[in-house]
Write a protein that binds this ligand. Structure first.
Ligand code: GLN
Length: 514
């Protein structure tokens, strides 16, 4: 597909994905590439604009990440952010060095409103800064368009050449008018049309899938999560009964979740496809018996999942396509796009399962961010409840039960979690908190109920807010809501006599509780 796009050249900044997301929020498709990408390849892509990200290096040091001068001579607009701004200035003859005063946090920048970037921005505007180096002297040809008391060149530009450099981070929400600045770059400088719309994406994908699959057969592992659900519906709209979805119920799903998935995708649901539900609870419980170590549990669940899926796939026989719900952050984090170190090897990317007889892998959501996947889901008419489902780990409740997993404990955590989610929704907080769930600790302690001594488990409630899932802050849930949940859990969940609220942020904690 030859769509209008802007590319982000990644110098290893923390916010590379955020930059791309913000551009897409303006209605323009955006992809991330490593700074090592060949200049010829960039020219061939013919992007409408290029954005250089921040990065950990000092651009004047030997071996620092860099790009050639040619990048600025392609006639394509370039916007450098932080490291990208410094690099642009250095490469084009300016001077960058260690700043006498480093800036970190929200800083007021005075901008020149005659700049295309700042036309509708307040003259004094709060921006997010994070730098040790600074542009001491701009490169020739440029004019300074932004300043702070400690930063003589907080923004500079060469309008005729469409080159823009800003020291701060417009992609971060702390930069109050950052979205406007990026929008101005996209529309005023790059003259984009804004063709990236999710309804158009869905229509085009359905068409493309039809053409690709022809009369072939496709197989999809459905987890009930957002990504695989949207992928499955997209496929079903394109090829109907040529698609078979296998849903493995490993007995570690949230309360009623298995039935909910079946309601939507099963024979009584609105979609045309072959749906196979495998009730494999017992098998998983059997394998998990006596296992306490979290990594080992993850491994067992993962392997058993593959085995079950494999057995079903064998019954179906050869298929042409194996469908996976890979999304863009999976691609980037696997080190295939951008420059971020391999943070996790994602199960969806790269490693093809060799146990299924298929010719080709198909990843219809590979280009999309999570919020875009959700929009496509809504476009396709998937119930909101499913589209806004919280992220849920593959190993499910198996890792939200600390220590050994037993069927009794699964019921405890399912019930507690259902109560927690119900009360959060009742308080109107379900769309404001990033992720929240109940976990079952491995701690038993003494309590008293109905004048009788109890010796039962403690449930831990977790709730975090996060932009990117790399870091997270604990959500401040009103105490009345927590108290209500505590009350209900103690009263309604047998085997639990204590409820704790986990205050730990990430880092040092993780989002999950295992
Ligand atoms: N490493 C550079 C500096 O310290 C750039 C930092 C950044 O891009 N956030 O100034």
């Amino acid at each position: 597909m030859n769509r209008e796009k802007i590319i982000v050249i990644d110098f290893g900044g923390q916010y590379n994905q955020l930059v791309a997301r913000r551009v897409r929020e303006c209605g323009v498709y955006c992809e991330i590439y490593s700074y090592k990408t060949d200049i010829g390849q960039i020219r061939d892509m013919a992007p409408k604009g290029i954005i250089l990200t921040g990065g950990p290096n000092s651009c004047y040091e030997e071996g620092a990440a860099s790009c050639g001068r040619e990048l600025f001579e392609l006639g394509i607009p370039v916007l450098g952010l932080c490291y990208g701004a410094q690099l642009m200035m250095l490469t084009l003859g300016g001077h960058v060095c260690k700043a006498p005063v480093r800036e970190y946090g929200k800083i007021e920048v005075t901008v020149d409103k005659s700049s295309k970037l700042f036309g509708d921005v307040s003259e004094k505007t709060i921006c997010w800064m994070s730098h040790n180096d600074y542009i001491e002297k701009k490169a020739p040809g440029f004019r300074i368009t932004g300043r702070t008391p400690d930063c003589p060149v907080a923004a500079a530009e060469w309008e005729e050449k469409d080159l823009y450099a800003i020291q701060f981070h417009p992609e971060v929400l702390h930069t109050q008018e950052g979205a406007k600045m990026l929008r101005n770059f996209v529309y005023q400088v790059c003259h984009c049309e804004g063709t990236w719309k999710m309804d158009a994406f869905a229509a085009a994908s359905i068409q493309a899938i039809r053409e690709k699959v022809g009369k072939g057969k496709a197989l999809c592992a459905l987890s009930g999560g957002v990504d695989s659900s949207v992928a499955a519906v997209l496929m079903s709209k394109a090829i109907g009964n040529q698609l078979t979805c296998v849903f493995v119920d490993h007995g570690l799903l949230r309360k009623n979740e298995g039935d909910e998935v079946e309601e939507v995708f099963g024979p009584k649901g609105p979609y045309e496809l072959n749906f196979i539900r495998v009730n494999a609870q017992e098998r998983f419980y059997e394998k998990l018996r006596g296992v306490e170590e979290p990594e080992q549990k993850r491994k067992i669940i993962g392997e058993e999942f593959i085995r079950v899926f494999e057995e079903e796939a064998k019954k179906i026989g050869a298929v042409d396509f194996l469908v996976q719900g890979t999304i863009y952050p999976d691609v980037v984090e696997s080190g295939l796009g951008g420059e971020s170190a391999v943070i996790k090897s994602h199960h969806n990317v790269g490693g093809l399962p060799d146990y299924v007889d298929f010719k080709e892998i198909m990843e219809p959501l590979r280009d999309l961010f999570k919020d875009e996947v959700r929009k496509v889901g809504l476009e396709l008419g998937i119930p909101e409840k499913l589209v806004y489902r919280q992220p849920f780990p593959g190993p499910g409740l198996g890792i939200r039960i600390v220590g050994e997993v037993t069927p009794e404990k699964v019921v405890m955590v399912q019930e507690a979690d259902a109560i927690y989610r119900e009360e959060i929704a009742r308080a109107g907080l379900d769309r404001t908190i990033g992720q929240y769930f109940a976990a079952l600790t491995n701690m038993r302690s003494v309590g008293v109920m109905g004048d009788e001594r109890t010796y039962d488990y403690a449930v831990a409630l977790r709730a975090v807010n996060t932009v990117d899932f790399m870091t997270a802050e604990t959500a401040e849930i009103p105490f009345e809501v927590l108290a209500k949940v505590m009350n209900r859990v103690i009263n309604e969940v047998k085997g639990v006599n204590r409820v704790l609220y986990d205050l730990t942020s990430k880092p040092p904690g993780t989002i999950e509780f295992e």
